[in-house]
Structure formats: structure tokens, C-alpha cells
Design a protein around this ligand. Structure first.
Ligand code: MLT
Length: 412
């Protein structure tokens, strides 16, 4: 009989968003009158149409595939040169970061890559994650066997949890102990917090001093408007020796369904073999991608390339300002009704304190039952998320205005 990966049995319940979906379906089945007016501000999924520049580029690419002379079969596993160059040039070199084209690996998204990256890391790493945290980092470490069992609060034995609280503005303190791998995500999902240059410098200094690896998720960098806030970990000197960066076209270009992201693996990032020799990660990730991936379809990569065109940039800017306008309305409403509000200024997530006496899932139920609005309970992101809920600003303006009206009509 085939042996299963027993580590999967340690995972708590379902993945957060399908679990929310299950609860929402149960509610709408038993309250059909509420189903029609349901507004989803739970999962951070875009709602606005794809930028025209991306759509036109994808149409052109499909037409190319319909002609023998311009037809393409398998593309390079690492992504087409045109897209790798556009990313490295526009998102890094133009900003003064020395990232080479071949240090960019195109993929089907940063959720997948943050999980897949564990393929090239060995067993026995001491892994640090923030709490609250994007659940993918935790679950993928559980799946691969980097943890023991979860305790009653859902914390896994073996992981180092770095509490992110209102007191530390949701940027964790540097740990006293040694860890081998640290996941950081800024602008942060779920708290909407950002990390300053000084804070990221402290993390890079720690990683360099302790030979640790930073896995930096910058999927939400396009939402930063404050010029002082770094968009990339490579803005910090030394990060090119100790950090991997994950980025995505999902939230800026609206590619959540189209699927395209990328991972930056500088050739200077080194890990250790079991026998203690230095080994660059770049050839390992390249090897992993060649064996397990055939990259993203040609039309999608052309669509992603078009995001960097002048028209594409203007269209992305309009999308971001639409979502950030939503974030402002939602933040303002939560403040007006007397709730504690964080995030929502350089990130599309608003992290809100639950009213006294209500816990995170209690707030989820209250919003569903009294306002037909889906939010994400903070405790779904970790024990330190208890007492908070997350509202996503990815929605139409009409829906957001309606959510604001419904929230103002609720009793807190
Ligand atoms: C979220 O709601 O946290 C996002 O949808 C996460 C993701 O992009 O996978």
C-alpha cells in the first residue's frame, strides 16, 4: 500500500480561505434571503478588469500562436528572456538594485513559489514566521516535515513564532536566538503594516550575522505610496547575499486568475550542505524549475510584460488608486464606529480590532449574520491575530460604499 505523507495529518482543519467559503455557503444555504446581498471582503482577490495593455498583448500573443511561423511550444522553464529582462530592468535596476535578468525566475504566482522554495532547503532548518502570518508559509513547512504537532492554539512545535502586535507596529523584534530561515512579508498580509528601511536593515544584519536566509514576500509592494518605505528587500545593502524575494502580478495587474509571479534568486545567496560546505541557491532553484515546471504560458508572459509599458503602468496606477480609495473608505468607517484600525495606508488590507467581548470568529459571524459581509477572522492567521479581523479592499467602489453603510448601521 502506498505510504502517505503523514505530515499532512498534522495540518489544522482546512486552509483558511476554503474554510471561510465553507462557512459562508452554510450560511447562505440556511439564509437564502441573505445570499443575494452578500459582499465578500474576505479573500484578497481582485475584482476589477485586467489592464487593457495586458489584454491587448495577450490577444496578440494568441494570434502569434495561431500562425505556423510565429507558433511557440515549450518556453524556457525560467520564463522568457523578454519578461525576465523587463522585470529586472524596471523593478530593480532602474531603482538602483543590481539584479541580473537570469536571477529572475518567472512562475505561476508567489503563493506557489513560497511553498515550492522549500524543495531546495534541507530538513532540520529552524524556521521563524511572524504571528499573525499568511498561512501558506506555515502549512507548507508542516507539509514538508519541518514542524511537530500543533498545540491547542494552533501553534506548531518547532516553528519560531515572532509576535506582531500593535505595540511593535506589526514588525517583529529581532530574535535573541539563531534561526536558519525567516519569512517576512511587507507590505504585510494580513495586518497591512509596512517595514521601514531601518527595520529591514536590522533583519538583513541579523541574517548576515547568523547565516540565516530571509524569504521576503513583496507581493503587495505596488500599494506603497510613502516614498520612504522600501519596495524590495534588495534596497537594503547586503540583502543580495541573504534574501530571496517573491513578487507577483496578481495584485498590481489583477492577475490572480491569469497567474504570473516571479522569484528573485541572487547568485550570491548561499546555503550550507549537510557536510557544511557553501552552496549557492541559484543553481538549485534553476534545477528545480527545469525539472518540475514548464513556466507560464506565452500569452500570459506577454501580458505581464505589457504591465511595464507606459500604458500598462498608467492602467496599473489607476487600479491601485481604486483599491486604495476603497481602503481609505473602509478605514475611515471603522474609525468612525470606534474600532481600532491598522494598515490600509500602503497596503490593501485593513486590520481592525474586534469590539470588546467579541473574538475573531465571533466578529466573522456577526458581520455575516448582521451585515451579510464576509471578512477574515484574525485568528485564522495565527494566535496573535485573535481579537482582530481583516477587511480586504479588493472590491468595486459600489460594494465598498455599501459595506460602509451596513457597518455604520450595526451595533458595536
Ligand atoms: C489573501 O486573502 O490573503 C490572499 O488572497 C492571499 C493570496 O494571494 O493567496
Amino acid at each position: 500500500m502506498a505510504r502517505i505523507n503523514d505530515h499532512y495529518l498534522k495540518l489544522k482543519a482546512g486552509y483558511l480561505f476554503p474554510e471561510i467559503g465553507r462557512r459562508v455557503s452554510a450560511f447562505t444555504d440556511s439564509h437564502p434571503e441573505s445570499a443575494a446581498k452578500l459582499i465578500r471582503c474576505g479573500i484578497g482577490d481582485v475584482t476589477e478588469p485586467l489592464p487593457q495593455a495586458a489584454r491587448e498583448a495577450m490577444h496578440r500573443a494568441i494570434d502569434e500562436l495561431g500562425v505556423r511561423d510565429t507558433f511557440r511550444g515549450y518556453g524556457p522553464e525560467q520564463g522568457y528572456d523578454f519578461l525576465r529582462a523587463a522585470i529586472a530592468e524596471n523593478n530593480y535596476r532602474k531603482q538602483g538594485m543590481a539584479i541580473a535578468d537570469d536571477e529572475i525566475f518567472v512562475s505561476d504566482g508567489s503563493k506557489c513559489d513560497t511553498g515550492n522554495f522549500l524543495d531546495i532547503l534541507g530538513p532540520g532548518n529552524r524556521v521563524a514566521i511572524t504571528d499573525p502570518v499568511y498561512p501558506v508559509y506555515v502549512d507548507t513547512n508542516v507539509m514538508i516535515g519541518n514542524t511537530g504537532d500543533a498545540n491547542a492554539e494552533g501553534a506548531y512545535e518547532g516553528l519560531v513564532y515572532l509576535p506582531c502586535t500593535a505595540e511593535n507596529a506589526f514588525v517583529p523584534a529581532i530574535p535573541d536566538e539563531d534561526v536558519d530561515v525567516i519569512y517576512l512579508c511587507y507590505p504585510n498580509n494580513p495586518t497591512g503594516a509596512t517595514a521601514s528601511k531601518e527595520q529591514l536593515t536590522a533583519w538583513v544584519d541579523y541574517a548576515k550575522a547568523r547565516n540565516a536566509l530571509i524569504l521576503y514576500d513583496a507581493a503587495y509592494e505596488a500599494f506603497i505610496s510613502d516614498p520612504e518605505i522600501p519596495h524590495s528587500i534588495y534596497e537594503i545593502p547586503g540583502a543580495e547575499t541573504c534574501a530571496i524575494e517573491f513578487r507577483s502580478f496578481s495584485k498590481n495587474g489583477g492577475f490572480t486568475g491569469v497567474r504570473c509571479g516571479y522569484t528573485v534568486v541572487p547568485k550570491t545567496v548561499i546555503g550550507s550542505t549537510a557536510s557544511g560546505e557553501n552552496q549557492a541557491l541559484h543553481p538549485l532553484w534553476n534545477r528545480r524549475m527545469c525539472t518540475k515546471f514548464n513556466s507560464v504560458s506565452y500569452p500570459v508572459q506577454r501580458g505581464a510584460e505589457a504591465i511595464f509599458s507606459e500604458a500598462g503602468q498608467a492602467q496599473v496606477k489607476a487600479l491601485i488608486s481604486h483599491y486604495m480609495g476603497n481602503a481609505q473608505l473602509l478605514s475611515q468607517t471603522c474609525q468612525e464606529i470606534g474600532l481600532e484600525v491598522h494598515g490600509g495606508r500602503n497596503a490593501p488590507y485593513i486590520w481592525v480590532g474586534c469590539p470588546d467581548g467579541t473574538d475573531s470568529w465571533g466578529m466573522f459571524d456577526k458581520m455575516l449574520e448582521e451585515a451579510s459581509v464576509v471578512i477574515t477572522p484574525g485568528s485564522g492567521f495565527g494566535a496573535a491575530g485573535e481579537g482582530y479581523f481583516r477587511i480586504s479592499a479588493f472590491n468595486s467602489r459600489e460594494n465598498v460604499e455599501e459595506v460602509c453603510l451596513r457597518m455604520k448601521a450595526m451595533a458595536f
